[in-house]
Design a protein around this ligand. Structure first.
Ligand SMILES: [Fe+2]
Length: 258
């Protein structure tokens, strides 16, 4: 993996992160482009959640203001972290209803694609559905399962997160829609996920998802489709570690990529 040329921005003593005019302009332009992609592609609960978040249009939001909105809706908050954190810290934060957020924003030269999660992906992609109690309950339960899991199960659990919170799709009466942050924050992936005939779209099954390998640096060849956020709420009550045992017994699927 190549080393990042970005590092997370540190807040001052009041919790404020100073962003430059250019960084704020990058947020504004990313926001404008991505909002224009949502119609007919984002599911209605995500759109409702997006309106509830009420992101500023012309500057990078501050973590405090995002946390305040999340607190009101679901008791969640965001916490600034370096771009990559270990599994233990990651699971620990989620189990305590805190979503880890890398705070740097991409430069213009990376406007279209950045492999690492920046603050646009983190907030635009991840914060809205955390206002929905069903989605939020699943992410909390996921964190708790992670804390209870053996270290050798961490990679397995990462796949469950990948195929739901990051790249999840949902069937709606209006047609296929997206809710995963990796889809919602990428202009290329959202079209690929909803409109392309290339990817395989499977009905969501937790054990199936746990057995499916993924790559982080390509458009996804496989997506899992839920029927509503109620499925995630149900999953929050399920025995996730039991699913891991089943997935191990069945073995991994062949990768759908080179
Ligand atoms: Fe993410």
């Amino acid at each position: 993996m190549k080393t990042s040329t970005y590092s997370s921005r540190l807040p001052d003593e009041t919790g404020h992160i100073p962003y430059s005019d250019e960084e704020n302009a990058v947020w504004r332009d990313l926001m404008k482009r991505q909002v224009s992609m949502l119609n007919g592609r984002a599911c209605q609960p995500w759109i409702d959640a997006f309106h509830a978040m009420d992101f500023p249009r012309d500057r990078v939001p501050q973590l405090n203001e995002i946390s305040e909105t999340l607190q009101k809706h679901s008791g969640w908050a965001v916490e600034g972290v370096p771009a990559l954190i270990g599994f233990e810290r990651f699971f620990g934060l989620l189990a305590n209803r805190r979503f880890p957020v890398a705070t740097f924003i991409r430069r213009r030269e990376d406007f279209d694609y950045l492999q690492e999660p920046d603050v646009f992906h983190e907030l635009f992609g991840h914060a809205p559905p955390l206002t929905d109690h069903r989605f939020a309950a699943f992410v909390e339960a996921y964190g708790k399962a992670g804390l209870a899991a053996e270290p050798e199960d961490h990679a397995m659990l990462a796949r469950l997160f990948w195929f739901t919170v990051e790249f999840g799709l949902v069937n709606t009466p209006e047609g296929l829609r997206a809710y995963g942050a990796g889809v919602m924050s990428s202009p290329g992936e959202i079209v690929h996920a909803i409109e392309s005939d290339k990817p395989l779209r499977k009905p969501f099954d937790p054990v199936d998802a746990l057995r499916t390998p993924y790559r982080i640096d390509i458009m996804q060849p496989v997506y899992f489709v839920i029927d509503s956020f109620d499925d995630l709420f149900e999953l929050a009550q399920a025995d996730l570690l039991g699913y891991i045992k089943q997935a191990r017994a069945l073995g991994m699927h062949e990768p759908a990529f080179d």
